[in-house]
Design a protein around this ligand. Structure first.
Ligand SMILES: [Fe+2]
Length: 487
């Protein structure tokens, strides 16, 4: 029986009596018949139930106090690089220093819970496990535990499904343009202080009940407006704060679905920055929001984890990076040095994209990118900035991308950047923009050129099956307001 009760977590300062003093932890002789649920029940004993969980669907997050001092999670765990038989599991802890953490995983097939091997520490505050030897397309429950000589406390409980085989039905969530500032992150209850944080928190809560296998963010996860317009991140520490704040406000979706990212113009990795400036953004991203490596999937991709592709069920997902390999600046001014035609994927990425599509065998083929590799919008400045979606299908290098998508039967080109919902069909290919999940700025026809669009914040869902695909737009608050079907 799959446990459904919310796991209690012991809040900071509640003492040593919280968890598993009777030896129910994996370090104390195994979990017995109660499975992971046994640990969860034990962890609340004598403690204070954390209210840090978002969405109230059974996932809990919180901190712990123990004999060896307090350890708390900075946001939910990150689940990444999912394959047929494994995935990455990462937590960021506070305070800095060595903490005794362990993790347990159990499949829904009723197999015995398994204590994961020793974690690695890619950074001083990161604890990371490589989960292996799983079954494809199976739902797994996991626990992250703080352990000591006389206690085991559940820091987090989540569920996730390994990569689906062909024929499976599943859901994917898309969000974009959350524009989260690098505000200092503190452990404990989530307190949103501005529109972007409030919105991402709400959109994350809206996504959670759909139980997506994974989420794809289409770019502009972060926002460095505090330091200028489309400027580099001022420091690696600032970028780290941005990604941790993003993780925190995305909430329990992150701990219950795999995360894939797309590079946008606010990620601090634009191609007109110096290599040192890019590294101030890229370095922390690779640590705090890792993605697929070139050898994670047969489709391969970039060593910087900024473009990649993977297959899930009957669909191919190709994620592109229009920002980092375009050398000119596009700064939304009339003296902009860039043009609508000079956006580029760069030769290496474009060649890889063509190869990936040529080798595709999946029925459904989707492309994800922050904006078109060209622009055609409501005015020249916004066209240069890459706005306009399907209006730009024949502009600059997007014309090559569009031809490749036609040749290789791509059904949908998903993008972000314009902060509204819209969908335009060009030569049978949907150019689909799933709103925004934080940005307080909603662009109008004057900027985008769109005549049919919705200014709501929200997200989109892709329901994938072997016979059909449903793409659904969901406004903040959870109301579905537009959808289309692929057959
Ligand atoms: Fe944006």
């Amino acid at each position: 029986m799959w446990p459904s009760s919310t796991y209690a977590a012991v809040a900071p300062g509640t003492g040593t009596g919280g968890a598993a003093t009777g030896g129910q932890g994996p370090n104390a002789g195994g979990m017995g018949g109660g499975g992971l649920g046994g640990i969860g029940s034990a962890s609340g004993t004598g403690g204070v139930v954390s209210t840090g969980a978002i969405g109230a669907t059974g996932q809990g997050a919180g901190g712990t106090a123990g004999e060896s001092g307090m350890v708390e999670l900075l946001g939910p765990p990150l689940l990444f690089r999912p394959t047929d038989d494994g995935f990455g599991l990462q937590v960021v802890t506070s305070p800095l220093g060595k903490h005794e953490l362990s993790a347990v995983v159990q499949g829904e097939d009723g197999s015995s819970p398994r204590l994961l091997g020793d974690p690695t520490h890619p950074a001083e505050d990161i604890t990371e496990w490589e989960v292996t030897d799983l079954e494809p397309g199976m739902r797994y429950e996991y626990l992250v535990l703080a352990t000591g000589d006389h206690f085991v406390t559940t820091l987090y409980r989540g569920e996730v499904t390994t990569r689906r085989p062909p024929g499976a039905e599943y859901t994917v969530a898309l969000l974009t343009d959350s524009h989260i500032r690098p505000r200092e992150v503190l452990p404990g209850p989530v307190e949103a202080v501005e529109t972007a944080e409030v919105t991402l928190l709400a959109v994350g809560a809206d996504i959670l009940p759909s139980r997506p296998d994974f989420v794809i963010h289409l770019g502009d996860m972060l926002d460095f407006h505090d330091y200028g317009f489309n400027v580099p991140s001022p420091s690696a520490a600032t970028t780290r704060s941005g990604y941790l704040n993003y993780r925190r406000f995305l909430g329990d979706v992150l701990g219950n679905a795999f995360h894939f990212l797309t590079i946008g113009n606010w990620e601090g990795e634009s191609g007109y920055f110096t290599p040192e400036e890019i590294e101030r953004a890229r370095g922390p991203r690779l640590l705090y929001l890792p993605g697929p490596r070139p050898d994670t999937y047969p489709e391969g991709g970039s060593p910087f984890e900024d473009y990649y592709a993977f297959t899930w069920g009957d669909a191919l997902y190709v994620v592109l990076n229009v920002m980092t390999y375009t050398p000119t600046a596009h700064l939304l001014t009339s003296t902009d040095p860039g043009t609508p035609e000079d956006w580029t994927l760069g030769a290496a990425q474009l060649d890889w994209f063509e190869r990936t599509l040529a080798n595709a065998s999946s029925k459904w083929r989707f492309v994800f990118i922050h904006h078109t590799v060209g622009g055609a919008a409501g005015n020249d400045v916004d066209a240069t900035y890459g706005r306009g979606g399907g209006q730009a299908a024949r502009v600059g290098e997007q014309a090559i991308v569009h031809e490749l998508m036609m040749t290789h039967a791509v059904q949908v080109f998903f993008y972000g950047h314009d902060h509204v919902f819209t969908d335009m069909v060009v030569d049978g290919i949907h150019y689909t923009l799933p709103g925004s999940a934080g940005a307080p700025w909603k662009f109008t026809t004057a900027e985008t050129g769109y005549t049919d669009y919705w200014p709501d914040s929200g997200h989109a869902l892709i329901h994938v099956g072997p016979a059909s695909v449903l793409v659904d737009f969901v406004a903040k608050g959870g109301t579905s307001f537009y959808s289309y079907v692929l057959e």
